[in-house]
Design a protein around this ligand. Sequence first.
Ligand SMILES: [Zn+2]
Length: 166
Amino acid sequence: MELIKLDCPTGLQKKLSESEYGYAKKLLEIVGVDEEPIAYFTTMKVGVHWKPTCGIVLPSGRYRFAKAVLKGIHGNLITGLFFGYPICCINYFLGVRNNRDVKIDQRTNGYLQCPECSKLPPEEVIAGINSRRVCHSPFPIDRDESDIMHRWYYAATTDFTEYCKE
Ligand SMILES: [Zn+2]
């Protein structure tokens, strides 16, 4: 895990909850930075495209945590696992996400079922998601960026090698 300084002076600053503050402190310890977390922030960053960006506010500036690159692993896979989605559905999502013909139901906050899981009773799928879920909020709450420190902490402390492609 490394801490990357961002050039985003604008953006809404929000208070870290007690648990998020705890994850922020642990992350700073991992990267060896002795600063007090002030808040987290969200903003739109202009690059080639407008991109939603969020990060941590420290006395010395705004930063994001980044996991040292894992060969063949996609950030969306880590996010999908954090939210407890079945690996079959995550892989299906990664395969079709750039296909404009596949519509992602916004009511399920972006969860796209693979053809096999879509045949299962919804209660069964949801129970499975919630049993694997790392995120503290139950399905379908997953658009809340307020658990960003928890997500980064999960990425920093979990071994994803079994999901890495050669
Ligand atoms: Zn599936």
